[in-house]
Design a binder for this molecule. Sequence first.
Ligand SMILES: Cc1cn([C@H]2C[C@H](O)[C@@H](COP(=O)(O)OP(=O)(O)O[C@H]3O[C@H](C)C(=O)[C@H](O)[C@H]3O)O2)c(=O)[nH]c1=O
Length: 183
Amino acid sequence: MKIEQTALKDCYIIHDTVFEDSRGYFFESFNEQKFNELTGLNTRFVQDNQSASTKGVLRGLHFQKGEHAQAKLVRVLEGTVLDVAVDLRKDSPTLGQYVAIELSATSRTQFFVPRGFAHGFVVLSERAVFFYKCDNFYNKQAESGIMYNDTTLNIDWKIPSAEMILSEKDQQNPLFNDIMKTL
Ligand SMILES: Cc1cn([C@H]2C[C@H](O)[C@@H](COP(=O)(O)OP(=O)(O)O[C@H]3O[C@H](C)C(=O)[C@H](O)[C@H]3O)O2)c(=O)[nH]c1=O
């Protein structure tokens, strides 16, 4: 397992060590000791989530507020997505900046999104199965979001908005500048 820093503090790209042989492949998809040693964090994940989506589906940008904030370790089990993490940490010098990374079942790359970030992804392949570990439990009352096409964030999602499929909820997410007033 190797980790790669990003421009946003504590937001890491993880490259797993894959053992391939004539049968196929094996890799440790998560090892708490190695993860915390390499990141210097003390993360304990408590909930795993999985979703399947067709091409163009955009889930996000989502986050949970306050004490219910979640760090997420995300990866793709099938297909390809563009995954995006936005820094919402008020004291961060990179507040409002984002990292976008293509994750796929073939690359097996993982992406760690710390607490204090909004997170979302858009599906680039015909179908994608998305799996992620969370270090805090789901709390519906603490859920919040930001419009994916907020011009302040100016995220390049790589596909036209006309091709995107969003939930009713995600079509009505607040804007970054408005939500930051509530945090
Ligand atoms: C997130 C979550 C949802 N749910 C229920 C609530 C709804 O009845 C249903 C679908 O929820 P939602 O439409 O919010 O699912 P996504 O749009 O995939 O939401 C996720 O999207 C992006 C990618 C994220 O990073 C978040 O973890 C998460 O918000 O599952 C639960 O029961 N537990 C949960 O942890």
